[in-house]
Design a protein around this ligand. Structure first.
Ligand SMILES: *Cc1c(COP(=O)(O)O)cnc(C)c1O
Length: 395
């Protein structure tokens, strides 16, 4: 009997453990040299001038919404199929969420979905937050054109897509957006325990992200409002002094987390390659199960970095409901999960906005199931998952 396969998990190796242990023996546990090194390495890897690390992608989304200046009275467009955090970040800053529908076969917000959401929002929309669902990228050229025409800020929720490219640009380069947000939660492509980062090309946004990450404090004399308190009579900066123009949060990632992140980042190519290989193997193995079971439709505009192995299942056709299938798989050592119940269908959002029509999102949700996919898996594991699924479906 082989071991249990969760839908996702981290791959931690001896050198990752050594990198963390080295920090524990050093002088810094929180903001220290590993934080800077991780941020520089991440920025270089995705091709963005600035990367601001933070305690989670949820914190990163909140920081991005603050940096973008979203506030009460503003509306932001969020695809209906995503993790709750994408929409919640807009609520944290007092903004309203307009949910966009998605393609039922990919879970991605299509350019037309965005156009319709903008029209439904009526007036001005302050921001658009596309989500690169499962590691496959949104049509960024079209999404960015429509967003620019609407005069809105474009914030990519890139939590699934570290290592992917859209067009020729790595996700995170912000080639067509203002900011990209990443997660380093253990089920994501790289693990930091908890951790996140926001990348941007804009130095003004980078300064705001870094400031809101640490209580909103300013230590640069050139930015001080109260020069009489900030400096001595000779004009030199008072060494103890800091100012807070607006409150922020403590959303810092620790040196311990960043040391793990830095060590993991060196393995990104290998991890993404493994995920692509496994996803291709799933695609081939699943072919005989069509049309009852299909992987997500692959789009033409990105080289994905598969974070999830989502399959779309015709549960009526197989005569078995999703819960029963999940339980049967679990009993045979196979984890699965649903990504995601459309966020618009959460009680909180239904109380706020009623029941918007989202036929694509509902059709996607009715069929989706995420099968195990992580860098430590083998082709034999994929074959075991598909054989078990086939047996359950044919029963
Ligand atoms: C995981 C995830 C988040 C939140 O990430 P955390 O680091 O756990 O806060 C946000 N959006 C999406 C799409 C995610 O998958």
């Amino acid at each position: 009997m082989s071991s249990f396969l969760p839908y996702g998990r981290q791959l931690i190796e001896d050198d990752d453990i050594a990198a963390v242990a080295e920090v524990l023996r050093g002088d810094w546990l929180t903001t220290g040299p590993s934080v800077t090194r991780f941020e520089e390495a991440l920025a270089a890897r995705v091709g963005a001038p600035h990367a601001v690390s933070c305690s989670s992608a949820t914190a990163g989304l909140h920081l991005a919404c603050m940096a973008a200046g979203i506030g009460p009275g503003d509306t932001a467009v969020v695809p209906a199929v995503t993790f709750v955090a994408t929409a919640n970040a807009v609520r944290y800053v007092g903004g309203e969420v307009m949910f966009a529908d998605v393609d039922p076969d990919t879970g991605l917000m299509r350019p037309d979905d965005l156009t319709r959401a903008l029209a439904r929002a009526g007036g001005a929309v302050k921001a658009v937050l596309p989500v690169h669902m499962a590691g496959q990228c949104e049509d960024m050229t079209a999404i960015s054109r429509i967003t620019r025409e609407a005069g809105a800020v474009l914030i990519e929720d890139a939590c699934h897509a570290l290592g992917a490219t859209a067009g020729n640009a790595p996700i995170g380069a912000c080639a067509q957006s203002d900011m990209s947000v990443f997660s380093f939660h253990p089920v994501k492509t790289l693990a930091m325990g908890e951790g996140g980062a926001v990348t941007t090309r804009d130095p003004v946004l980078a300064e705001r992200l870094a400031r809101f990450r640490s209580h909103g404090l300013v230590r640069d004399l050139a930015r001080m409002e109260n020069l009489g308190l900030a400096s001595a009579a000779d004009g030199s900066a008072n060494p103890w002094y800091y100012e807070m123009p607006e409150p922020g949060f403590n959303y810092r990632a620790s040196d311990i987390q960043c040391a793990l992140g830095l060590s993991q980042l060196g393995k990104l190519d290998r991890f993404v390659e493994a995920r692509r290989r496994l996803a291709d193997h799933y695609e081939a193995q699943l072919a005989p199960l069509a049309p009852m079971v299909r992987p997500l439709r692959r789009t033409g505009f990105s080289n994905p970095a598969w974070h999830l192995q989502v399959v779309l299942i015709d549960f009526q056709g197989i005569g078995m409901d999703r819960a029963a299938l999940m339980r049967a798989l679990h009993a045979q050592g196979i984890g699965s999960q649903v990504h995601y119940l459309p966020v618009a269908r959460q009680p909180y959002y239904e109380r706020l906005y009623g029941k918007p029509e989202l036929p694509g999102a509902d059709a996607y949700y009715a069929r989706c199931l995420s099968l195990p996919l992580f860098a430590g898996m083998t082709e034999a594991h994929v074959e075991r998952v598909v054989a078990t699924l086939q047996k359950e479906i044919e029963n």
